[in-house]
Design a protein around this ligand. Sequence first.
Ligand SMILES: [Zn+2]
Length: 260
Amino acid sequence: MADATAIIVNLTAQSWTLHRSYGTFTVRGCADAPVRQAGVPHSAGAPVAAQNTNGPRTMPRMHDAPYALTRVSARIAVMDLGDKRTLEVPITAAEVARDLCREINADGGDDSYFGVFVAAGEKPTDDELAESRERLAAFYRRLVAAADREWERSHSYLFINDVERRAALYLGVEKEWFYQPRETVECPGCGEKIKPGFAVCKNCGAILDRAKAAALGLIPPAAPIGPAATATSGAPPTSGTPTTNREAHRPVTAAGPVRG
Ligand SMILES: [Zn+2]
């Protein structure tokens, strides 16, 4: 006998709305996908629809990622036979689910796969998840390779599409063509997007982390920064500017003790 409902598993954050002859469906994405970097656990407490709790936490990241579940039920499709005659065709929940998954996964053309599948049971098994994640990663790797070739040819962001960026994000790869806004900060000195955690801005030379810069020998340790140094610099500090900001604006070359 056919089950009354079927479960669609979605591995990515992308949600999909499909208009089919038998109804409109939304297959939702998981709030916490994708996992960004190997070794970086997804944030605890973030809303996730469901989570693979089988296996130790030390499993590879791809097996530790969340997924979203969407339940669909059986429908009646109405076929138009012409002459105002119609035929009602029952569609099982499993058929609905398979049809939706087929539509979604084919969205990227030949051999595309967007990580959406029908679970055999109420929850996806580890094997189902592993197989689907492998297919998704393989598809995403092809997209990233295609974007690499496009970038090599054109060096233009215009020719890199959203799906290719999502692929890079999901795989946690860094690419020249893939701008990751959450992984950069603005240099307070020059406004350039830079990676966080570095001692000095490579663009303008601003010291971003004084302790780190001193430890690396980029500036003298415990360089005196005070009223004397500021007074002889010729430019009075902007009143109200926090010290930390002024520090950040100070280029490396001017970081040493100022002698008047
Ligand atoms: Zn800078």
